[in-house]
Design a protein around this ligand. Structure first.
Ligand SMILES: Cc1cc2nc3c(=O)[nH]c(=O)nc-3n(C[C@H](O)[C@H](O)[C@H](O)COP(=O)(O)O)c2cc1C
Length: 213
């Protein structure tokens, strides 16, 4: 059997989907990866179209009751986990909503972190079953989230890092497009964000370093 085509998984969590400023910047990373390896296929997971999906009682019962992984109730969960497993690279574009991830991304987390499937507790320690892979997170926010001028709590960065570490994805790279409520700052952070991505050893315009080759 032929090897499956390696992919880039682009997850967009903004209600504006691909039109969001975060997604537009994230696409630069996608294009850089595809320029370096044209065989990489883009798989887009626009969470805004899953607005009706939620953790209902049937899903909760199945999770807590340890239903078999091929149970119909896990169809969406399986699809989301497999997209992640198949991705050589993951790019997440997410806004900050009330200091943390938007409900759409929280829903993705609740479908992807599945006990016994994507992680388990072994000898008292949570062990992730998803192989680590380079992951970039572009965070958009109306106010300032990181660095000088930060005036609000940030429960997004640490939280997203913790949940993805639980399933085995570590070392996330964060790029912040923050303070977007100010048009002057929006322009400046967009330019800086593009430069940060362009310089990145994996997601940037240069050739990857041997560690990632
Ligand atoms: C429900 C909601 C909650 C928000 N909460 C925050 C927040 O806690 N901090 C912040 O800086 N901006 C907050 N914002 C503003 C968004 O982060 C901001 O509009 C961002 O630019 C949206 O980016 P996008 O174009 O990628 O969706 C919130 C927006 C919405 C709709």
């Amino acid at each position: 059997m032929d090897d499956p085509v390696a992919s880039i998984l682009l997850i967009t969590a903004s209600p504006y989907g691909r039109a969001s400023r975060g997604a537009i910047l994230a696409m630069q990373a996608v294009k850089n990866l595809q320029r370096k390896d044209p065989s990489l296929e883009l798989v887009e997971r626009d969470l805004s179209v899953l607005a009706d999906a939620t953790v209902h009682s049937v899903y909760a019962d199945a999770i807590v009751g340890g239903h078999s992984h091929d149970s119909e109730v896990f169809t969406l969960s399986e699809q989301l986990i497999r997209e992640l497993e198949d991705a050589a690279f993951v790019v997440i574009a997410t806004p900050m909503h009330n200091y943390t991830v938007p409900a759409s991304l929280k829903m993705w987390i609740d479908f992807v972190l599945r006990y016994g499937r994507s992680f388990a507790t072994i000898d008292g320690i949570k062990k992730g079953f998803i192989e680590n892979r380079p992951t970039l997170v572009v965070v958009t926010a109306g106010g300032i989230v990181a660095g000088e001028g930060k005036f609000q709590p940030d429960h997004l960065t640490g939280y997203l890092g913790d949940v993805l570490t639980t399933i085995g994805i570590t070392g996330l790279k964060f790029v912040y497009l923050d303070g977007l409520a100010s048009p002057a700052r929006a322009e400046q952070v967009t330019i800086e964000g593009a430069k940060t991505i362009a310089r990145d050893e994996v997601f940037g315009v240069g050739e990857p370093t041997p560690a990632f080759a």
